[in-house]
Write a protein that binds this ligand. Structure first.
Ligand SMILES: [Zn+2]
Length: 349
């Protein structure tokens, strides 16, 4: 089969012909239909420690059709259209058993990093990681749901706890995950201030329903937030960029009892600068602020996200699609911050 292969850390992906993946008794083999392309993949191709061995086929945001099932698999059938949860968790530790599986203590890594992923014609994955795509939801939308739409679902609902009447700052609102964060925050009842740094990205956030726009090029984030909220600040800030600047600006933008949710990751190895930030403990204490990290979703939350797509309550924002062999070109655009919304690899037929 054809696949885009990462031979070593930092190397460009190359189109290769590789053997078909073999499945174990509890796995399924997928004919890959669509794979999302985002910073998560670009980061893992450059940061040591994420990819566990080489050569590796990346791609964690996947929708496909079941082509073969292992002998023990009972809940998936050949021909099913499925989306993939990309954390390889143990299912039995206390976090897995308490509905917080992204904190699994026996975590085996990520699809596309600890095992081969969806930048290929076929992919093997544990059957426990797949869930059916509802009728009426396209493969492309379901692939994007697997990370870019699902991740804001957990962040908005469980970490930021957005409810009707809350004001919400979304930092990085025009990016692949942030653009769905704008929509999700609106769905939860939030009044959304969308911050980004290009006209295209701000325009995309506006098109997705943002109530106010903040242009990061026009100066301090917190000052603009305070001006738009009559000095009150926001009830929640969700930072999809998570640089030192945006994190400090987000904390300063919080109202009393405000929640900062960190989703973005900017490793120094990729971005060249340290992302550590400082907070004023007195401000934290007197205003009873909260800082949350938000890691991905449970499989149940992924199913809810797919249901939102079926209900047409949210729409996937994919602005560019590429053939399989276009993966490296897509990565290059991401490195240059030149993509609005999500990009994806599409394999039809
Ligand atoms: Zn576990």
């Amino acid at each position: 089969m054809k696949a885009m292969v990462l031979r070593e850390l930092g190397a460009p992906l190359r189109l290769e012909t590789v053997p078909m993946p073999k499945i174990g008794p509890n796995d399924v083999l997928l004919r890959v239909r669509a794979t999302g392309v985002g910073l998560t993949v670009v980061i893992m191709t450059a940061v040591p420690g994420r990819v566990t061995s080489f050569p590796r086929i990346p791609g964690h945001e996947v929708a496909g059709e079941v082509a073969e099932i292992g002998a023990e698999v009972t809940h998936a059938r050949v021909g099913d259209r499925v989306a993939c949860h990309f954390y390889l968790t143990c299912k039995v530790c206390r976090f897995c058993r308490s509905g917080r599986e992204t904190l699994c203590t026996a975590f085996r890594g990520y699809v596309g990093m600890a095992c081969d992923g969806g930048y290929a014609e076929y992919m093997a994955i544990p059957a426990a990681n797949v869930t059916p795509i509802p009728a009426g939801v396209s493969d492309l939308d379901a692939a994007i749901a697997a990370d870019a739409i699902a991740t804001p679902y957990h962040a908005c609902r469980e970490e930021a706890r957005i409810g009707p009447g809350d004001s919400v700052l979304i930092v990085g609102a025009g990016g692949g995950v942030g653009i769905h964060g704008v929509q999700m925050a609106k769905l939860c009842g939030g009044w959304v201030l969308a911050a980004d740094i290009t006209d295209e990205k701000l325009g995309a956030a506006r098109d997705c329903g943002a109530d106010a726009l903040i242009d990061g090029r026009r100066g301090d984030l917190a000052t603009q937030v305070q001006a738009l909220t009559d000095g009150r600040g926001v009830d929640a800030a969700i930072d999809f960029v998570a640089s030192r600047e945006t994190l400090e600006g987000s904390v300063k933008s919080l109202a009393r009892a405000g929640r900062l949710v960190i989703i973005g990751s900017r490793p120094k190895a990729v971005f060249g600068v340290e992302a550590s930030f400082t907070v004023d403990p007195a401000q934290m204490l007197y205003n009873m602020l909260e800082i949350h990290g938000s890691r991905y979703v449970t499989l149940a939350e992924l199913q809810q996200t797919l249901e939102l797509l079926r209900q047409r309550r949210i729409r996937s924002v994919v602005t560019r699609t590429f053939p399989l062999e276009g993966a490296e070109e897509a990565h290059e655009l991401l490195r240059k911050n030149a993509l609005v919304g999500r990009a994806a690899l599409l394999q039809e037929g």
